[in-house]
Design a protein around this ligand. Structure first.
Ligand SMILES: [Fe+2]
Ligand SMILES: [Fe+2]
Length: 287
């Protein structure tokens, strides 16, 4: 007798396994998606080279990417974002077993693409003589999970945090850094950033499509985002300093939502503690 391997079992393996190979495991052929109990993970297992730390150094300046050390620090940061995105989609597959099957399929497809992005960056790190973990890895994305889990509608909060804030911002950062790597003469890394940008358009589209309801007005994405985005995230965090309106339109965002994000200003820092996690909510880590 054979036991079917489930999508939940695969997702669990991605969170319980601590090595890079564990994180890059493909969905088993024939894996079935069955509705099981909701499972929650506070944090993923990480073998020592991939252990997460609090805080992070600033990203190198764009103009410094001619330096191999600056490229390495930048590629490490981006690689770790892809690893955390991989894990967060696995977390969502376990946390939301009752989500519509089509959305769960979308999560699986996005997760597999995040793994591909991670591989691409790991290859670029190897080209620089480094491995993921040589530069300390900030666990910032995982620090958002408590706010998602305790939100009134955790599934919509996840769509707003992952798809419509972090991934929406990445539509800008990928293009900003694509051009910076090109200027620095690292065309292979620039090509990776372009590939990731193209994939992320679909990830943003997925989140937007499931955030709104069938009977919503076309520009309801803005209102639903405002309603469900979990603090400390906000529209000010859903963009980079170069604003790619065209990519957002390709992702299906309404003109009203695009304008709302373009014009968004960060929360004011809490005067009593400019460096506190809630007082510096605007852009704790970029991208
Ligand atoms: Fe990605
Ligand atoms: Fe993504």
């Amino acid at each position: 007798m054979t036991t079917s391997i489930t999508i939940a079992g695969w997702a669990r393996g991605l969170l319980e396994g601590g090595t890079l190979a564990d994180k890059l495991a493909s969905p088993p052929p024939g894996a079935v998606d069955v509705v099981g109990p909701a499972e929650d993970f506070a944090e993923p297992a990480r073998a020592p080279p991939l252990a997460m730390v609090d805080g992070a150094d600033k990203l190198p300046k764009l103009g410094d990417l001619t330096s191999p050390a600056a490229r390495l620090a930048t590629l490490s940061r981006f690689a770790h974002h892809e690893l955390m995105a991989t894990e967060l989609f696995a977390w969502a597959l376990l946390k939301f077993p009752d989500a519509p099957l089509a959305l769960r399929r979308g999560f699986v497809a996005a997760l597999v693409e995040e793994q591909a992005h991670l591989r691409l960056y790991v290859d670029r790190l190897a080209a620089h003589g480094a491995v993921l973990g040589d530069v300390p890895l900030s666990g910032y994305f995982w620090k958002l999970v408590p706010a998602i889990r305790t939100a009134p509608d955790p599934l919509r909060a996840f769509l707003c945090a992952q798809g419509l804030t972090l991934e929406q911002a990445n539509l800008d950062f990928t293009i900003l850094y694509r051009d910076a790597f090109r200027l620095a003469g690292d065309f292979d890394s620039a090509a990776v950033l372009q590939r990731i940008h193209d994939d992320e358009v679909a990830h943003v589209r997925l989140a937007r499509a499931w955030l709104v309801r069938d009977d919503d007005a076309a520009d309801a994405d803005r209102d639903r985002y405002e309603q469900h985005v979990p603090f400390p995230l906000s529209a000010a965090r859903a963009k980079g300093r170069r604003f790619e309106a065209g990519a957002r339109r390709r992702a299906g965002l309404s003109d009203a939502f695009i304008a709302y994000v373009r014009d968004a200003r960060p929360y004011a820092a809490a005067p009593w503690s400019p460096s506190s996690p809630t007082g510096s909510a605007a852009a704790p880590e970029s991208p």
